[in-house]
Design a protein around this ligand. Sequence first.
Ligand code: FES
Length: 511
Amino acid sequence: MKPIWKANGTFSNNTREKGESIWVQEKETISNNNHERKKLTGDLNIEVAVIGGGLAGILTAYMLQQRGVSVIVLECFEIGSGITRNTTGKITSQHGLIYQRLLRYKGEERARAYAAANQRAVQKYEEVINQLHIECDYSKLSNYIFSLDNENRIQQEVQAAKRLGLPASLTRETKLPFQVKAAIRFENQAQFHPIKFLHGISKELTIYEHTKVMEIQKDGLILTEQGNIRAKFIVITTHYPFINFPGLYFIKLHQEREYLAALEWDKNNSILDGMYLDADPNGFTFRNHQNYLLLGSGSHRAGKQNPEDAYVKIMEAASKWYPGSKIKYAWSNQDCMTPDKVPYIGRYSASTPNIYVATGFNKWGMTGSMVAAEIIRDMICKIPNNTEKVFRPNRMMFSGTGFMLKDTAISTINLLSEHLRIPKDKLREIEKGNAGVVKYKGQKYGVYRDLEDNYFFVTTKCPHLGCSLAWNQNEMSWDCPCHGSRFDYRGNLINNPAMRDTFDACRRKLK
Ligand code: FES
């Protein structure tokens, strides 16, 4: 049987980001959830196999199991080890200033369906947490999007959200340590500890960790290193969809990175009464978690315009707004973005009717995952769902997004051809603790020079579709500007869509 998809290499199972998030570093989380889940051993026959054990995959499996469907989750590392562990954990239907945009470009019916699905997702979290008695630091709070200079935009968004039946109101008073021009408040939103929730909801599920999918065949046979699974339906929830053809998700998605820190509160600072986000993409995000304030900023396209000072910017803001507070944890995250700001949820492609996908949550993965879980459950169980068409992956994009698709495609072509150019950098010119691209023994390599004068060589050709990797000094990684794959300084894969390490050529000491 000809495979739909086949792995073309290997990647190591031990790569971790430079900074781990508060969710995985808290002692309580570690001690509660430090149990090994089994690997797959042998063959299986199942109705649904979910590939990817993040929040979207686990919620989808949970929803299906609730309906009596036999389902398993396959995760190549541990559950929650991707994007879920790095999120801010805000559960809200307020997704930036999206509603005026949806009304303008998608029309009232679709905008209303998007709003209703996400607001229902907020309520569904409360329902599930209460039903399963999940202790995950859940609390109901208002969510705010504020502007420092444009009251008009905020007022328009309040009107759009109200028109769509959302719990929106305008305010100028917040608990932020600076005056805002205006803010839109959504009441009865929530925040939680995403990893505690994930482990709580996973308890009754069949999950195989450290089980890497090697091949998917058209008849639903999934080949892993430890056994084969025959599934009637396959759901791909691996953050970035890894099957390039069909689907072409690499043309219709890009990835963005952002940076976060958890500050230990000084008792003189006042605790926030809600979750906050600046409407300006260069602004900051805020939320509490116990005695910490989570502060984030610095969003940029992965592999492009890497800021060297993202954490410095957060530190400066922290000492200006919250004097006396200390940064305890700092980490980064990466999100898949769609041109029309609506996730892709539904059939992977027209030619693969039994494969489903959920991706492109545009930084709103908590509600997006819940919406995805309900839609995919309904599609598989043949339950009517009146929001499904809004999220269909093969939908037409509205006007104004064409240039974004074009930008992604052109970027791929330009960077593929960049391999033909000869790099100017020389090994000796690379500063200690930094990296560069050099031609060495006839080959083009990315070279990282550590503080002890060791040189680490990797190939700069991205194993996904061949674009040139760029060094990210802020996070000491090789990042791909085309679709956002990332690798550590040794070439170990950190973020997909690449499905293998970039070749760790050698490590040597110069004489
Ligand atoms: Fe697609 Fe690098 S070529 S992520």
